[in-house]
Design a binder for this molecule. Structure first.
Ligand SMILES: Cc1cc2nc3c(=O)[nH]c(=O)nc-3n(C[C@H](O)[C@H](O)[C@H](O)COP(=O)(O)OP(=O)(O)OC[C@H]3O[C@@H](n4cnc5c(N)ncnc54)[C@H](O)[C@@H]3O)c2cc1C
Length: 427
């Protein structure tokens, strides 16, 4: 150890990995940067739906992290954190060791709350998931079985979910792949969602996502149930309650299925949940406008683990999504703020939390830009077309290449974002 301050980044997913690169670049020789990660490799989560229909193999979307971190001069501890102790500036690891820090950046993503609904999820339940690449691999085998012996599909997002884009993506990708396999005519499909309307996305819609997504679903013969609460899942049967504006059950549905993928609600991971002053009751990290925790000011957070209040009341609870570009904006703000801290200045940078999203359907897709994420907005744009599919492939290749190179934002990316007026930090 050099005697320099130690910045620990906890979690090496989409946010934590590029945060380590960007922070190291920002602080240079003024601090050590160490990543603590449960997994030895980075997975590009947005490609999981493709893995689940065999359009991608797992290997193509993962990057072993130890070599690239070593090349960048970043410490890498491939052990899960058991508990964060922010009062002692310490992270206790699952193998009994501990790491102390001067600054902690929490990027632990979500814990998947399958256990909140009876029969939900791939761990002993009856529905598939695309949240983790290993779930997507299991889903791919189940999908092949369905295609060989067709029957009904139920896809969607349950009460309390905050991640809706991948549910639409997956429903429409399934439709595309089933048509390619020439069995779509034997697969009735139902989309079940806690959103109050199709295309709400936890954002009260962006541009005309309502019209665009309804039209896609209508033209592909996908029925839908909104304001849906999943009561329980049995083998091949989902019990769904449709909730009226007064909060009462308006209708009930018993949906048979041979294949189902439902996105769960998220909560904070166990290593941080229930720490007074650090997290909200669901275990998400409380942050101020500089991405720092108000109680423990040397703790910053980014990504899905951050607490963001819901958009407004809805008959069934829905959360606000934390999408890639928004997460990158948090990364950039934290890197700038840590540099200021180390220079003895007050952290002043604020992330824009702008949302730029591409939802791929295999043969087309819907793209949207929400600036800011919360309405009313200065930019509120959505469009659809075949180009979205190609743009998503380009985004995947580009992002994975960035992670392999150990770069967060090359100058040409910044230039391209400047041209379209998309900023990561507030001016
Ligand atoms: C299926 C799916 C598709 C998505 N597609 C898109 C998309 O197309 N575009 C978009 O903008 N957004 C998309 N998102 C949303 C978002 O970009 C992703 O969820 C993204 O992966 C979130 O990044 P993160 O770093 O916050 O969390 P994650 O990427 O989940 O990373 C968290 C990391 O922390 C690690 N970790 C957890 N607990 C511990 C612990 N105790 N100790 C050490 N490490 C720990 C985990 O192993 C993981 O590697 C998608 C989300 C999902 C679920």
């Amino acid at each position: 150890m050099s005697g320099n301050p130690n910045i620990v980044v906890l979690g090496a997913g989409l946010g934590g990995t590029i945060a380590a690169y960007e922070i190291k670049l920002a602080v240079g020789a003024k601090a050590e940067v160490t990543v603590v990660s449960k997994e030895d490799r980075f997975h590009f989560v947005p490609s999981n739906p493709w893995v689940a229909v065999n359009w991608r193999k797992r290997k193509a979307i993962e990057v072993p992290l130890a070599p690239v971190m070593a090349r960048k001069g970043i410490g890498f501890i491939n052990v899960a954190a058991a508990r964060v102790d922010p009062a002692a500036n310490r992270v206790d690891l699952a193998d009994g060791r501990s790491v102390t820090y001067d600054y902690l950046v929490i990027a632990t993503g979500p814990e998947l709350a399958f256990d909140e609904i009876e029969g939900l999820g791939p761990h002993g339940g009856h529905t598939q998931s695309v949240c983790h690449v290993s779930h997507a691999e299991t889903a791919a085998a189940a999908f092949d079985a369905l295609a060989a012996n067709p029957g009904p599909i139920v896809v969607g997002a349950v009460q309390g979910a905050s991640c809706f884009g991948p549910a639409y993506e997956f429903a429409l990708i399934l439709d595309t792949e089933l048509r390619r396999r020439k069995v779509r005519d034997r697969v009735p499909m139902t989309f079940v969602t806690s959103e109050p309307y199709i295309g709400h996305l936890g954002l009260d819609g962006v541009g005309d996502t309502k019209g665009l997504l309804e039209s896609e679903m209508r033209s592909r013969h996908i029925k839908w149930i909104t304001n849906a609460r999943v009561a329980r899942v049995e083998p091949e049967t989902m019990h769904v309650e449709e909730i009226a504006a007064d909060g009462q059950v308006g209708a009930t549905h018993v949906l048979p299925f041979k294949f189902s993928m439902m996105l769960p609600a998220f909560r904070g991971v166990e290593a941080v949940r229930g720490i007074e002053g650090l997290t909200n009751p669901r275990g998400f990290i409380l942050v101020d406008k500089h991405q720092r925790n108000p109680t423990f000011p040397n703790v910053f957070a980014l990504g899905v683990c951050v607490a963001i209040p819901p958009m407004g009341p809805t008959p069934v609870p829905v959360g606000v999504p934390k999408t890639g570009f928004m997460i990158e904006s948090m990364v950039t703000a934290i890197a700038h703020n840590l540099r200021q801290e180390l220079n003895g200045e007050a952290a002043s940078h604020e992330a824009t939390w702008n949302a730029i999203c591409l939802a791929d359907f295999g043969d087309g897709g819907v793209a949207f830009i929400a600036q800011p994420q919360i309405p009313p907005r200065n930019v509120n744009w959505a469009a659809s077309g075949k180009w979205v599919h190609l743009a998503k492939i380009a985004f995947e290749k580009y992002f994975i290449a960035k992670v392999k190179r150990g770069e967060s934002e090359p100058f040409y990316e910044k230039m391209a974002l400047d041209i379209i007026g998309a900023r990561k930090i507030k001016a």
